[in-house]
Design a protein around this ligand. Sequence first.
Ligand code: CAA
Length: 293
Amino acid sequence: MSTAIKAIGVIGAGQMGNGIAHVSALAGYEVFIHDLAEERVRKGLATIGGNLARQVHSGRITEEDRKAALARVKPAFGVDALGDCDLVIEAATEDEATKRKIFAGVCPALKPEAMLATNTSSISITRLASASDRPERFIGIHFMNPVPVMQLVELIRGIATGDETFEAAKAYVVALGKTSTVSEDFPGFIVNRILLPMINEAIYVLYEGVGSVDAIDTAMKLGANHPMGPLQLADFIGLDTCLSIMQVLYEGLADSKYRPCPLLVKYVEAGWLGRKTNRGFYDYRGEHPVPTR
Ligand code: CAA
């Protein structure tokens, strides 16, 4: 464990937040998990319990590891409960206004030396840091979904991020047993700058009638050895998040090649956001996922 960081706060108990809390607790950190509603915190804790049990079942961790990790994750129902944290990671919705509001609310509760990080998948770290009271102790720590499984963490420095903050974040990723890559602060960083245009292109391929949902996903799974097809992956990430990232790329890089596919917009407008709403490019309400087109 990094000597500088002992207690970690996670804001947002959704799929990314509970994953970050999970891996941090397993690595020995004290974790405080916060969300707007108590019920969401409880749901996040239940998911962590379920995913740890899954890892015991497959022999990746022991029963003792599971118990010890669970005991290290505590609910933080108000931001004041994050007051002892050395590092607080925001993992809320991919929406700049929401994130800015969170930083404005949480900063007064933090100790002055605490570091603040965002798990944003595309938004400018420099701009988000400016909404905090500590741009030199602010950094992008971008995890991949599912956090307990994926090896990579992207580190992104804002213009003001100090060397000490960067080194502490790097040490934290090592302590988690993961690998970091460093990206400059540009829209989408590295992974999503490359991954999301591929997913968006797959949606265009569907929109133009070049292939069906099944044909597109089978083509990329068997033809390019991707573990999931691009439409399956879009549903897994969340179509609202996919659209937000494409909009950040489109606006931030001002190039028409990043134009979000109108079909993606339509699915989001319908509230068909993928796995989390049980419907996206697949319908998950039955026993097996069924393509929706
Ligand atoms: N917690 C703990 N363990 C989990 C888990 C979770 N949430 N999800 C899956 N696992 C484990 C399973 O228990 C299983 O473990 P064992 O190998 O020890 O048995 C292992 O992961 C594989 O899972 P499954 O057998 O259930 O299924 P699979 O072989 O189809 O793999 C997958 C599932 C790992 C998700 C795989 O399909 C995959 O790698 N998909 C691509 C994921 C990807 O690209 N993620 C990046 C998304 S982009 C992103 O996150 C950035 C962004 O900002 C949008």
